[in-house]
Design a protein around this ligand. Structure first.
Ligand SMILES: Nc1ncnc2c1ncn2[C@@H]1O[C@H](COP(=O)(O)OP(=O)(O)O)[C@@H](O)[C@H]1O
Ligand SMILES: [Mg+2]
Length: 257
């Protein structure tokens, strides 16, 4: 995969369908995800948000019953192509989960883990990556004096920023986030939201959230999903102020979900 020429859209999704066994969870989705913007995916529980997100870095393939049809291109290259290596895709497309999931290791080791796997051994280089990633995740000042302490000793909000730093350490192009603040208190949530807005300068963010206010606060574009379909995908201001589809309007005005 070549990233020398970057496409305008990080992902181009065409006529995409996904089944868990016989149950179709994603129906005929067409969507282009713009580079260096924040795209939010909203919709009621079970509508397929996580499924769609986990497809983008092929994490979904860990579930054996899954099969798909259609096309998803990352940077103009088909992600399901036989020659496409999953490991390589995942170095470009990182992921942050709902519950902070640091390893039971030191703060330093959590962040150095990915680069080490990619063969970086020099302590000085690793030190630099760790500092840069922790700074990028807006947590350096809070942890710089205790890098050798276990990450489990941190608060939930700090752990989530460590997980974001761990993701930044592999220098991704896209960061997928699945409800990254739903396990956090309001102050930590705001910190992460501020961080996400800053990350947009250097990365493309796709964030699943069940919190419509969060989508409205931070995203440039919003996708509304219902029953596995993409009902509407618009500029966030437009979607919340002037939805095109009656189902979007019903959802954002709280009539269901
Ligand atoms: N591992 C799985 N096996 C079978 N069905 C699944 C699995 N994961 C999710 N589903 C089903 O796919 C649909 C979409 O789920 P999901 O993507 O988790 O929705 P959301 O993230 O919007 O809540 C739901 O009907 C759910 O029950
Ligand atoms: Mg989900």
């Amino acid at each position: 995969m070549t990233t020398n020429t970057l496409s305008k859209h990080v992902f181009s999704i065409e006529d995409f369908n996904l089944w868990y066994g016989n149950d179709q969870a994603i129906h005929q989705i067409n969507m282009e995800i713009p580079r260096n913007e924040i795209t939010a995916v909203i919709g009621p529980s079970g509508c397929g948000k996580s499924t769609l997100l986990k497809t983008l870095n092929r994490m979904i393939e860990t579930i054996p019953s899954v099969h798909t049809s259609g096309s998803i291109k990352y940077n103009n290259q088909e992600i399901f192509a036989k020659k496409q290596l999953v490991e390589e895709l995942r170095t470009h497309v990182g992921m942050v989960f709902q519950k902070p999931n640091p390893f039971p290791k030191s703060i330093y080791e959590n962040v150095a883990y990915g680069p080490k796997i990619h063969g970086i051994k020099k302590k000085k280089v690793l030190d630099e990556i760790v500092e840069k990633s922790l700074r990028g995740a807006a947590i350096w000042d809070e942890v710089k004096d205790r890098l050798n302490q276990n990450a489990y000793g941190l608060s939930g909000g700090q752990q989530q920023r460590i997980c974001i730093a761990r993701c930044l350490a592999i220098e991704p192009d896209v960061i997928l986030m699945d409800e990254p603040t739903s396990a956090l208190d309001p102050i930590s949530t705001l910190k992460i939201e501020e961080l996400i807005k800053e990350l947009k300068n250097d990365y493309t963010i796709v964030i699943v959230t069940h919190n419509m206010q969060q989508a409205a606060r931070i995203s440039d574009k919003t996708a509304f999903m219902l029953n596995g379909e993409l009902v509407e995908f618009s500029d966030t201001d437009q979607l919340f102020s002037n939805p095109k589809d009656k189902r979007t309007e019903d959802y954002i005005t709280g009539r269901f979900g």
